[in-house]
Design a protein around this ligand. Structure first.
Ligand code: XUL
Ligand code: CO
Length: 438
């Protein structure tokens, strides 16, 4: 990295809540210990290559607005290396320990598959060097199976076997490169794996083909000795009308049905959760309950627009709820908080990308500290435990232990008069959570 791409931006430091410096952390203090780990170890922040370095903020009504002095828009390897250099400088200045990419973010898609794979290899050599120089790690890699026109009707669920084969070849290569870069994981996001109308769709065949595809990936993973974690990332719509991996429960059901559950965990994205009409903490809890909470794509949607707007997360109530789920699940093992988020179209200056990450990192640092205090104090957990106390003794215990039958419950019920459960106390608990928001 000879050239400096962000000469005006100094490495972002923790300066505490009172600082006036907008390019400093107020809450994220990487070496501060919360519970048994440092903030850095808990949060494992990651840069999303596609949003931070590529893409120009175009929307359905207009072209790109963003300044990207490191990207000349060409398909040359030199340009791809420059983008990587800028990315690693950005990560270093922000103190991000991880990054994630699609194959086509780091290297261009060229005229034929072999040329594209060769380009990916050439850039991967450069990335390997940068990782070594900086200590920054690859959180996960993935293949872009949604941008090229061939994937218009799906990739692993395409009705065309040749498209399916190209998708498989692309994933094979992306897995090899992820392995070579010591990636800690590999993500499958469905992209266009879904359908627009059942009039032309054999859903049973498409889903079975997807399962075959993932089994082949599992086999190939073993073959090349890649030990990283596989993730599936649920999303209900955009681009397809009906996506097969619509939410955490649907993904878990699919994985169980096709004998894939032991090989996959979930990568939960906030804005995808809200598009599925769930809160992100619900998706995290569903995943964690199945032992499948793997990683998080950290962003947020706009409640008024209702698209996958991929905004940077700044809402501390939300990050607190997320951290409560994560801490209860025992924290990240292979995963991290990947900022799958982009600056607004109006925020076109380079410095905006720094403000965006700083805000997201501070929001999660606050969420972590608050969630830790809520768990330590124990009032919330004690309330929930007490709410289910009837299942810890007497007739309830026979349910918990699986000994109850309809007959035994009927016998018990016939002895009861009218029964009214205790209040759920939602408002009191919302007030309790507010007490921790400082
Ligand atoms: C799209 C999305 C993807 C995945 C990786 O909504 O979230 O960027 O995270 O393919
Ligand atoms: Co994502």
């Amino acid at each position: 990295m000879s050239q400096e791409y962000f000469p005006k931006i100094k490495p972002v430091a923790y300066e505490g809540p009172k600082t006036k410096n907008r390019l400093a952390f107020r809450h994220y203090n990487p070496d501060e210990v919360v519970g048994k780990k440092t903030m850095r170890e808990h949060l494992r922040f990651s840069l999303a290559y596609w949003h931070a370095l590529k893409g120009g903020s175009s929307d359905p009504f207009g072209g790109p607005t963003r300044q990207r002095p490191w990207d000349d828009g060409s398909t040359s390897i030199d340009n791809a290396k420059r983008v990587a250099d800028a990315g690693f400088e950005m990560m270093q200045k922000l103190g991000l320990g991880f990054y994630c990419f699609h194959d086509r973010d780091v290297a261009p898609e060229l005229d034929d598959l072999q040329a594209s794979s060769d380009a990916l290899d050439a850039v991967a050599d450069h990335l390997k060097k940068l990782q070594k120089q900086t200590g920054i790690k690859l959180l996960w890699g993935t293949a872009c199976l949604f941008a090229h026109p061939r994937y218009v009707q799906g990739a692993a669920t395409s009705p065309n076997a040749d498209v399916y084969a190209i998708a498989a070849a692309q994933v094979k290569k992306a897995m090899e490169v992820t392995h070579r870069l010591n990636g800690l994981g590999y993500t499958f996001w469905g992209g266009r794996e879904g359908y627009a109308t059942l009039l032309n769709t054999d859903m049973k065949r498409e889903v079975a083909n997807l399962a075959h595809f993932l089994h082949m990936a599992v086999d190939y993973k073993k073959k090349i000795g890649f030990k990283g974690q596989f993730y599936i990332e649920p999303k209900p719509r955009e681009p397809s009308t009906h996506q097969y991996d619509s939410d955490a429960a649907a993904c878990l059901n699919f994985l169980r049905e096709f004998g894939l559950l032991e090989h996959f965990k979930l990568n939960i994205e906030t804005n995808h959760a809200t598009l599925a009409l769930h809160r992100v903490e619900h998706e995290l809890a569903v995943s964690a309950n199945a032992g499948a909470l793997g990683s998080i794509d950290a962003n947020t949607g706009d409640e008024l627009i209702g698209w996958d707007t991929d905004q940077f997360p700044t809402n501390v109530y939300m990050t607190t709820q997320m951290m409560l789920q994560l801490l209860r699940a025992g924290g990240f093992k292979t995963g991290g908080l990947n900022f799958d988020a982009k600056v607004r179209r109006e925020s076109h200056e380079v410095v905006d990308i720094f403000h965006a990450h700083i805000g997201g990192m501070d929001a999660f640092a606050r969420g972590l500290k608050i969630a830790h205090r809520i768990i330590e104090d124990g009032d919330l957990d004690r309330f929930v435990k007490a709410r289910y106390a009837t299942f810890e003794s007497g007739i309830g215990k026979t349910v918990t232990t699986g000994k109850a039958t309809f007959e035994s419950l009927e016998k018990h019920a016939l002895k009861l008069g009218s029964v009214i459960p205790a209040s759920g106390r939602q408002e009191m608990l919302e007030n309790l959570i507010n007490d921790y928001m400082d």
